[in-house]
Design a protein around this ligand. Structure first.
Ligand SMILES: [Zn+2]
Length: 1091
């Protein structure tokens, strides 16, 4: 057996080697991965089991390099066929019939030369006028066009004179190309003229000179924003003139709590007091002292001194201190596993918890930062798996960011021959492949097929059967690495072009009024210098483009040779096309002057807009078409404010209906209201067009529908309800900066291969699937995970274990096509006890939450909740029946690794998606549902069970994080201050009896009563406590992928209800059970299953 052989000395990768020396420069500065075998000798041996031939009796294909039979084991089509779904697609702007003639010029290079004369030409279209209604717009514009004295734009532009009527519903060009200037000699209707003096109107194809568009030029004073004709869109919740609309709806964080008596939750009475609880049934390392679970509880000290009517002394119940505590488990793991690196050499090792800080040394298996499993020891048979009901799933984060101490995956270049793969299943070369016949062939660890080693890859074997270049090649010795892909792995057999970013900015009334447009444009001016770069590249390869929109779309030519940007308006949103190619996507540094000028002008141009209606789908279509025309992948950054009610494809209606809660129709609230966006998403994915959506709603915008495209393209959604620059800009800008700067893999396809016996059967996350095996991601960033479920399709063997190989094909931000490979080996067991000993509850919860959150799309919420409880009860009952030592039925026995399953499960059940309080909106639920679907294990862990830290107990000099306390009101001392975070929300809770000195130090006010409740930032004060708390807040924020806005909550203040929502061990106002009650309930369920 290889197992007991000493590990050969490692050879540093830094040595010259043919494989990937060529790419060291692009990872410059990265030290060669010195693999020090000696300190980790115990782990460093070759992986047991995999390097053997399959044991006799294990059904495997005979070694053969021949063509495999067309059996089910053939999972991997060739790379070409894997991309067969990427058709050539229509070349952009492929119009049909009559439209074609009119659009022909569109694909011609835009000629800026004839621009100057246009300045004085009459407008054919007024792109941002404040039309009182759509109908009026049509009339005005028709009139303008008819009476306009001038001819069409210069023939060189070829856009032709627009039809005179905007009302045409045909696919003809209508006003879409009407970018003539607003005629200065043509007086618009009075109301328009006041708001938009002719001089301010942007002129199509004309340089947008700032001087042409003074913010409030000579056309009379700008009318007050609330004046003006009645607005369209009233049917959907009031016109923008209705200020109350904005003023009266507070941000979600500060929404009024549900009506009801403020005060503590009702006392938590257990209906079944006095359970004998036992832990560590028959095995497992005891973590810490074992509490006596039998102790009856009779009134623990109530730290919170809650107000309200005097409570009767609670009857006997479980002692909260005696039931499994998340805090204790987290702490124990930190103490036991935080000090040593996690070395991935051995098969089936359970990694430290996600809450433990640890370093990873890759010695043949992927880091847990890339893959975490629900169990690292899986049952050999499907019967066993069914009995246990423990889901077999992996949460995979293929592009996870690593801490600076850990090297990113090495890039291996095999030249034109590409990576070495199994002939049959197409698995990539990995540490578990077995070389035979002196190194001339290798046997696949996934399908057992034998493949010839390509001549250029041949290498001799040492006396142990290991290739002598084992430590020189990442693909032979590491769990994670990358291959440079050859042209065979590229769409249409062409190497990709660098990606593009397109910023698409809603400039309707709400967006302008809230200050969003101005803020965003200002920020982009500097942010564009920080686009993702590869390696040591001086400049990002990413090109950028800009679109603004309301009911119509405005494209901008920002070609570097222009003195000023040029605007082109497309109002034919029914059949979207891109009016310019040359000059739309540009290099930032080359076009900096023009871009800066554009970003300066946009807020001015639309400052007086009255347009309240927006389109949405045509905006995405436009971005996708632009990428298609440029033949590159890319990302759209959409900044959008309202329900798209303007007449256009993908138009939506307000269908929010709270009466559907707790009915069979509740699921419709999570479903998109039209299938249109699904098809649009499919087109985007085929183009490698990822969509990130920033929402700024003042009311219902139907996140469930608007989120479909971001969701299926691997994009992100951000939501800032009732956005106000003053209070929300820090959060928005932080998110935006992070989002724009983060590394993204484009046009990605992920395939998970497994060894014989299990296969991937289900996938959860933000992606698209057009077949049952390939996860397609238009974009994938380092925050996104894909959760994969496995099922048995054969018997597994304890000797061979089980292997997972995740291969992600993607285009880097510099346009390089690559394959990232992650390998993980798991143990297999014939004893259920081994399964329960090697589970990871945090990952289990991640999977169960995603399963449930998908379930609400098709089943009533109650059904989903019941199914969750039932599955977990079965998991625990199976343990009790088969693994625990005999004991009385009155005892609840939990497996050591799963002792937190009940408390965490209860948090999932009480979450806003599955059991919303009255203050949770339909949009919030859809939003959270989508967020959770892409979360990794660390994120779901803190999201469902928030972190609560007392701030004054630890000496201020200490740099250590204060020890957390359980998320329960009982744990709050009224003399202390606490921080609570869940990855999305951040609270500072101040107890009513907190010392004056603390109040002064933190808030710079003399007493508790003078603290401003709802404060969103602490004053910057020069004292140790203030500094320490602010540092802690900063460190919390740095750990999370989204900026958490702080909310200061005073004890007994009305905002406290919001805070208490996150004290998840308590009974919730929406009816969620307390931890103690739920544990009793679970026990009852388990007993029923056992009897
Ligand atoms: Zn194979």
């Amino acid at each position: 057996m290889n197992v007991n052989q000493p590990a050969p000395p490692g050879v540093p990768y830094g040595q010259p080697q043919p494989g990937y020396t060529g790419y060291q420069s692009s990872y410059g500065g990265q030290p060669g991965p010195i693999i020090p075998p000696s300190p980790y000798g115990a782990y460093n041996g070759p992986m047991p089991g995999y390097q053997q031939l399959p044991p006799p009796g294990v059904p495997r294909a005979p070694p053969s390099s021949g063509t495999p039979p067309a059996s089910t084991t053939v999972r991997g089509p060739s790379s070409q066929s894997a991309y067969g779904q990427f058709g050539q697609g229509d070349v952009q702007n492929g119009p049909s019939s009559t439209v074609q003639m009119q659009r022909a010029p569109v694909s011609q290079p835009f000629v800026p030369a004839p621009v100057a004369p246009l300045v004085n030409q009459p407008a054919a279209f007024q792109p941002y006028g404040p039309p009182p209604t759509s109908a009026q717009v049509t009339t005005q514009m028709a009139g303008m066009q008819i009476s306009g004295p001038a001819g069409p734009p210069p023939s060189g532009l070829g856009y032709g004179l627009p039809p005179t009527s905007m009302a045409s519903a045909s696919g003809s060009f209508q006003g879409s190309n009407l970018y003539g200037s607003y005629p200065q000699n043509l007086a618009p209707p009075t109301s328009l003229a006041q708001a938009h003096p002719g001089a301010q109107t942007p002129q199509c194809c004309a340089p947008m000179q700032a001087s042409s568009f003074p913010p409030s030029a000579a056309g009379g004073p700008r009318p007050p924003s609330i004046a003006g004709p009645s607005m369209p869109g009233q049917s959907f919740g009031g016109p923008p003139v209705s200020q109350s609309n904005h003023a009266s709806s507070p941000p979600p964080q500060t929404q009024p709590p549900m009506p009801g008596p403020p005060g503590p939750p009702p006392p938590m009475h257990s209906s079944q007091p006095g359970y004998q609880l036992q832990q560590n049934g028959s095995f497992g390392p005891a973590r810490g002292p074992q509490p006596n679970y039998g102790g009856a509880y009779s009134g623990a000290p109530n730290f919170a001194s809650p107000p309200g009517p005097p409570q009767p002394p609670p009857p006997k119940r479980l002692d909260p201190d005696s039931i499994p505590s998340p805090i204790q488990v987290i702490e124990d793991d930190r103490n036991n596993r935080g000090s040593e690196p996690f070395v991935t050499g051995a098969r089936g090792q359970v990694p430290p918890l996600v809450t433990t800080n640890f370093l990873v040394k890759d010695q043949g298996n992927a880091s847990p930062r890339y893959i975490r499993c629900t169990s690292y020891n899986i049952p050999c048979t499907s019967d066993m798996a069914k009995q246990a009901q423990v889901p077999l799933a992996a949460v995979i984060k293929p592009l996870a960011k690593l801490p600076p101490e850990e090297a990113p995956p090495y890039v291996v270049d095999h030249g034109e021959s590409g990576p070495v793969r199994c002939n049959r299943c197409k698995a990539y070369m990995c540490p578990f492949m077995q070389f035979i016949e002196g190194g001339r062939r290798f046997q696949c660890c996934f399908c057992s097929c034998v493949t010839e080693v390509p001549p250029q890859y041949f290498q001799h074997l040492d006396h142990t059967g290991k290739r002598v270049d084992f430590y020189d090649r990442p693909e032979l010795s590491l769990g994670s690495y990358e291959f440079l892909a050859t042209v065979d792995y590229c769409k249409n057999n062409k190497f990709p072009r660098p990606p593009a970013f397109i910023f698409m900015i809603d400039v309707s009334y709400n967006a302008v009024r809230s200050g969003l447009v101005r803020l965003l444009c200002e920020e982009l001016k500097s942010l564009l210098d920080f686009l993702p770069r590869e390696g040591g590249a001086e400049e990002s390869a990413i090109r950028v483009g800009f679109v603004t929109y309301n009911k119509v779309l405005h494209f901008y030519n920002v070609k570097s040779s222009l003195a000023q940007p040029q605007m082109m308006v497309v109002s034919d949103v029914a059949d979207m096309f891109v009016p310019l190619l040359d000059g739309f996507l540009v290099n930032v540094s080359e076009s900096r002057t023009v871009i800066t000028s554009l970003l300066d002008q946009i807020p001015e141009m639309f400052a007086d807009t009255r347009e309240t209606e927006t389109v949405f789908a045509p905006v995405i279509q436009a971005g996708m078409e632009a990428l298609k025309a440029a033949e590159c992948p890319g990302k759209l950054f959409l900044f959008h404010t309202s329900l798209p009610i303007a007449e256009a494809p993908g138009k939506l209606k307000n269908r929010d209906d709270r009466k559907l809660l707790n009915t069979d129709k509740e699921k419709t609230l999570f479903q998109p209201q039209t299938g249109f966006y699904q098809s649009l998403a499919k087109e985007c994915v085929a183009q490698g067009c990822c969509v990130d959506l920033f929402l700024f709603p003042n009311q219902y915008v139907d996140v469930a529908t608007l989120g479909v495209v971001p969701y299926h393209t691997g994009g992100s959604i951000y939501k800032y309800a009732c956005f106000q620059v003053e209070s929300d800009q820090e959060r928005f800008l932080s998110d935006l900066r992070r989002d724009v700067q983060k590394d993204v893999g484009f046009d990605a396809v992920m395939r998970v291969r497994t060894s014989t016996g299990i296969r991937a059967t289900d996938f959860f996350g933000a992606f698209y699937m057009s077949n049952t095996t390939d996860v397609e991601l238009a974009g994938l960033d380092g925050d996104k995970t894909v959760t994969v479920e496995f099922k048995h399709d054969d018997r597994l063997s304890e000797d061979s274990g089980a292997l997972i190989q995740c291969a992600l094909l993607y285009t880097s931000c510099a346009g390089q096509r690559r394959l990232r490979i992650h390998n993980l080996s798991l143990n297999c067991c014939t004893q259920l006890a081994d399964l329960y000993r090697n589970c990871e509850t945090d990952t289990l919860i991640n999977y169960l939450a995603k399963l449930a959150y998908r379930g609400v799309l098709s089943s009533p919420v109650k059904t989903v909740r019941d199914a969750l409880i039932s599955q977990c009860a079965q998991i625990l009952a199976c343990y009790r029946k088969n693994c625990a030592s005999p004991s009385s039925a009155g005892q609840l026995i939990l497996p050591e690794c799963m002792k937190l399953l009940p408390v965490y499960l209860n948090c999932v059940l009480k979450s806003d998606v599955l059991q919303p309080g009255v203050e949770v909106t339909t949009d919030d639920r859809a939003y959270v549902r989508q967020l959770v679907t892409s979360m990794d294990v660390a994120e779901t862990n803190v999201f469902f069970y928030p972190r609560l830290l007392p701030l004054t107990k630890v000496p201020v000099e200490s740099s250590a994080e204060p020890p957390a306390v359980r998320a329960s009101e009982e744990r709050l001392s009224k003399g202390d201050v606490y921080l609570l975070e869940n990855g999305l929300n951040l609270f500072l809770w101040v107890g009513a009896s907190v010392q004056q000195g603390v109040v002064q130090s933190l808030f710079s006010v003399p007493s508790f009563s003078q603290i401003n409740s709802g404060l969103s930032a602490l004053p910057v004060l020069e004292n140790p406590l203030s500094k320490r708390v602010r540092d802690l807040i900063d460190s919390f924020r740095a750990q999370r992928s989204r900026y958490m806005k702080l909310i200061v909550v005073k004890q007994e203040d009305k905002l406290e209800m919001l805070f208490k929502h996150f004290l998840v061990e308590d009974k919730s106002l929406s009816g969620g059970a307390s931890y103690v009650d739920f544990l009793c309930h679970m026990h009852k369920e388990i007993r029923q299953l056992l009897s």
